[in-house]
Write a protein that binds this ligand. Structure first.
Ligand code: 5GP
Length: 260
């Protein structure tokens, strides 16, 4: 019998009921998928590294005033997050042409874009996450006008911050994907950053060699994906500390400790 309730299982993460109302536990798996799950595999140790990288980035984003769902890391593979009502949109921010924009518009990979682009995709696996316009978002009521304004503002702030953060460790931030969710306070809601930020959802190229340090190594069968993820964590200074032996958070133990 499972000792806690699973809320959702995605391709790279599992969400469990959290210890307090309004919280969830986000568990990072080693599973990797690409091309709408047509390609499946595992990247050894990815979950541990993504948990750590995402903790680091979300904590720093919190310090610069980008509200997000991260509360604290619980152990090697899990973090406590705020429960949000996920907005069914993937927000992609691009600085340099790569991946689908190169394919779609014939722009050579590596070409600097004239300015940062924000694109929206409808989050629906069965439909293959199709690209959408803001008009679709408004038309189908997936997010309101003010919410979209907040999302675009946050996406640009995250991009500015992350470009600098990665440049400082000789990494070029090519593009990345963000997800947002709503939290409610009575009848009022606000939008905060959710999901994760890790080499799974970013394109990260070494500044000098152009070496890919992200999930494209898996998508394109380049090999060395474990080492690439580790290299990003190492450059961010995240590999030294001892994370302890615990792999999963024990909800019943936590409740007992809190007298519940
Ligand atoms: P593209 O549209 O070029 O395939 O992806 C643009 C950026 O968004 C890349 O950094 C890619 O990793 C990220 N991205 C887009 N869709 C997804 C997705 O469904 N899952 C993940 N992990 N990343 C995505």
């Amino acid at each position: 019998m499972s000792r806690r309730r699973q809320i959702y299982e995605g391709k790279a993460k599992i969400l469990y009921e959290g210890p307090e109302p309004g919280t969830l536990i986000q568990y990072f798996k080693d599973d990797a998928t690409a091309f709408n799950a047509q390609k499946k595999g595992t990247i050894q140790g990815k979950g541990v590294i993504n948990n750590r990288i995402s903790e680091y980035v979300f904590t720093r984003l919190n310090h610069i005033g980008v509200p997000n769902h991260f509360i604290r890391r619980l152990n090697m593979r899990e973090q406590l997050v705020r429960q949000v009502e996920i907005i069914p949109i993937e927000v992609v921010v691009r600085n340099v042409a790569a991946g689908s924009i190169s394919k779609r518009l014939g722009i050579p990979e590596g070409e600097m874009l004239p300015h940062t682009l924000i694109e929206y995709y409808y989050k629906d696996d069965a439909l293959g996450d199709p690209m959408i316009a803001e008009e679709h978002i408004r038309c189908f009521g997936w997010a309101g006008h003010d919410e979209m304004q907040d999302i675009a503002d946050m996406a640009i702030r995250v991009n500015d911050f992350m470009c600098g953060m990665f440049a400082a460790i000789n990494i070029r931030l090519i593009d990345f994907k963000l997800e947002f969710g709503r939290i409610w306070d009575g009848d009022f809601s606000r939008v905060i950053l959710a999901d994760e930020i890790s080499p799974d959802g970013c394109r990260l190229w070494d500044m000098h060699t152009g070496e890919k340090l992200d999930k494209d190594r898996f998508r394109r069968d380049l090999g060395g994906e474990e080492e690439a993820y580790q290299e990003v964590a190492r450059r961010l200074g995240l590999l030294q500390d001892d994370n302890g032996p615990s792999e999963v958070f024990d909800l019943s133990k936590h409740r007992k400790l809190r007298g519940k």
